[in-house]
Design a protein around this ligand. Structure first.
Ligand code: FES
Ligand code: FES
Length: 181
């Protein structure tokens, strides 16, 4: 096999928040850097850059994953959803975003984009979570500001409301595709 020159750029095409996008990345380029620097999707934040803080979490084909542990070339042909796609195009916030606002579940907001993406994936799979389950889910995220209690309250609020209004659940929490065994 012919070796590729160091730094060679590869075209990467994906659906970003439902819109077809195309950019170029080296094989070693992280998805977090590709989203921010190549595609301008700066709502995806970068904290630790080694999988600990959760700030960079996006959904790839519906599954919450660390963008700093994913190579940009790995999302070729796939769907990537970020915080930019959570609200409607007219700016109407999603149920989850509204709940975060209601409960003051963010302060500086640095962690929030990643937490929201984890919550969307998780709430699609866990219908009636307990507080303990919500806390375990959030253990994959570091937040320096809130003390977590308002975030827990916001997630439980959304879960409680949708249990009494099943019709509004599907749009904000689409079921991710099954993981391949
Ligand atoms: Fe990806 Fe911290 S920046 S987990
Ligand atoms: Fe500041 Fe979470 S709101 S880090």
């Amino acid at each position: 096999m012919k070796p590729m020159p160091a730094g060679a750029l590869h075209p990467v095409e994906l659906q970003l928040d439902g819109v077809a996008r195309r950019g170029h990345a080296q094989t070693r380029t992280l998805l977090s850097d590709f989203l921010r620097d190549e595609l301008g999707a700066t709502g995806t934040h970068v904290g630790c850059e080694h999988g600990v803080c959760g700030a960079c979490t996006v959904r790839i084909d519906g599954i919450a994953q660390r963008a700093c542990l994913t190579l940009a070339v790995q999302v070729e042909g796939r769907r990537v959803d970020t915080v930019h796609g959570l609200a409607d195009r007219d700016g109407t916030l999603s149920q989850l975003q509204e709940a975060f606002r209601r409960h003051h579940a963010l302060q500086c907001g640095f962690c929030t984009a990643g937490i929201l993406n984890s919550c969307v994936d998780w709430l699609a799979r866990v219908q009636s979570p307990s507080e303990q389950q919500v806390r375990e889910m959030l253990s994959g995220h570091l937040c320096r500001c809130t003390g977590y209690a308002p975030i827990v309250a916001a997630v439980l609020d959304v879960a409680g409301r949708r249990s009494t209004s099943a019709s509004t659940a599907d749009a904000d929490f689409p079921s991710p595709p099954r993981r391949q065994p």
